[in-house]
Design a protein around this ligand. Structure first.
Ligand code: PMP
Length: 450
């Protein structure tokens, strides 16, 4: 049994150790008062350390801080760099493009090739580019409402799809509420956003049978409230109900591209009507894409032609700029390959069996969740079946103490959850170092008595 007092004792000790070991990072942080809260982007304060590590460089699955510490990186930019930091093919393509112009508002030859590469890899014939996955999801919601003439969308409780106003509805004790943590939210989303629990077959069916839902926007496996796996048959039921009710099925594969080659849809099924992929598709260069079936494409074209002239509300000036197209072209052509996935999945298997062994040997009431190259340890014994159970399973104090301990031993985990990503360049010894450090952490936590 890990005592709360052990967690806070470890946290206090590890915070002091972090401060002592990272004087240069501390100094940069203290000299960054031009930034709001001393960071250029406030999420950078979400790491469990007293101040963020200041990065010097990163390559492959390694990151080096300005204090000279080497990290085995399992955060990988929270998926943006899940195929490794600065893959050589990407760096070379970017360097070349840098001297040839970065943004033209014109198509390029590489762009034409990329459209075919996207279709080949993800199995949908037509695509559009945006700058972030958030923006892609916003565009897709607008398209779906436009195509169906329906106002409502359906999302799963506990989901995250980026900075997308429409999805911020939670279920609290079964009652839909606007997500209370949002800043400056003035719109009541409840009339147009329906939230149901993931894996609840009946709730899904009754919501969709009303016939007034434009689209379901979902991750095929929930990954942002911890990982919640789909119950057997759930995604197939979702697919069938969407088809039966004229509801468009949108899979946001921004994270689940880690499930296998072609994303979760292609590696596990079923296929959606529209797919969104962001972050890693440009290897860290800001870009995202959404793809759709020929049928959806024809409807989009008809809608676009029939609407009055003027702003569509979809798109932004930097979308599909030459740098983004170059990045995706290099990533799809040379980095996001089948052999890359073979390695990622093998590393994930190694990590999963090591984690299960630690849990067994230490007698912890924990479990491991795993799809493709994304692995998570969860500090409760039963896998959560939906967003409410996943929210209840989170133990912020324990998780952040573990993360900090690991950071001090050269292991980086994403600050927002216990998710670990295995890249095509993650080495077995990196996995083993993570397992060793986690085992030591648990050992110490179990030993510290009140
Ligand atoms: N969709 C999912 C599933 C995500 O996890 C995220 C970000 N974590 C986004 C969309 C938004 O991506 P971005 O922040 O790059 O816009």
């Amino acid at each position: 049994m890990i005592e709360p007092s052990a967690i806070s004792a470890l946290r206090t000790r590890e915070s002091a150790r972090f401060v002592a070991n990272n004087p240069k990072s501390k100094s940069v942080f203290e000299n960054s008062s031009g930034w709001f809260q001393q960071v250029p982007f406030h999420w950078m304060l979400d790491w469990p350390s007293p101040f963020p590590i200041v990065a010097a460089s990163a390559e492959g699955a390694h990151l080096t801080s300005i204090d000279g510490q080497q990290f085995d990186d399992f955060c990988l930019g929270d998926t943006a760099s899940m195929f490794g930091h600065s893959p050589p093919a990407l760096s070379a393509a970017l360097a070349q493009q840098a001297g040839q112009g970065l943004s033209y508002m014109l198509p390029t030859v590489k762009g034409a090739e990329l459209s075919n590469m996207l279709a080949g890899m993800f199995g949908l014939p037509h695509w559009q580019v945006t700058t972030t996955a958030s923006e892609a999801n916003r565009a897709v919601i607008r398209w779906c409402r436009g195509l169906t003439g329906r106002q409502k969308i359906l999302i799963f409780n506990g989901c995250y799809h980026g900075a997308v106003d429409d999805v911020f509805v939670d279920l609290r004790d079964g009652v839909a509420v606007n997500r209370p943590s949002l800043i400056g939210q003035v719109q009541d989303l409840l009339p147009t956003t329906v939230a149901v629990e993931f894996n609840d077959f009946d709730a899904l069916e009754s919501a969709l049978r009303t016939g007034d839902i434009a689209c379901v926007l979902a991750e095929p496996v929930m990954t942002n409230i911890g990982m919640v796996r789909d119950a057997p048959g759930y995604l197939e039921t979702l697919r069938r109900l969407c088809s039966d009710t004229g509801t468009l099925l949108v899979f946001d594969e921004t994270h689940t591209i880690s499930s296998g080659y072609g994303g979760h849809s292609n590696s596990h099924g079923p296929m959606p009507d529209i797919m969104v992929i962001g972050k890693s598709i440009g290897g860290g260069v800001p870009c995202a894409v959404y793809g759709f079936t020929a049928q959806v494409s024809a409807r989009m074209e008809a809608l676009n032609k029939s609407r009055p002239s003027g702003h569509s509300g979809i798109g932004a000036t930097l979308s599909a700029n030459a740098l983004a197209i170059t990045a995706m072209h290099a990533m799809l052509g040379q980095v996001i390959t089948r052999p890359a996935y073979d390695h990622m999945l093998a590393m994930a298997d190694r990590l999963v069996s090591g984690l299960r062994q630690i849990i067994d040997v230490r007698g912890l009431p924990w479990h491991v969740s795993h799809v493709g190259a994304r692995v998570e340890f969860v500090c409760v014994s039963e896998p959560p079946r939906n967003g409410s159970e996943a929210r209840a399973a989170m133990d912020h104090e324990l998780e952040s103490a573990i993360h900090l301990y690991l950071t001090n031993r050269g292991i980086l985990l994403a600050p927002f959850h216990n998710m670990m990503l295995l890249s095509p360049v993650t080495r077995p010894e990196q996995v083993d170092r993570l397992l060793h450090a986690l085992d030591s952490c648990v050992g110490e936590l179990l030993e510290i008595k009140a």
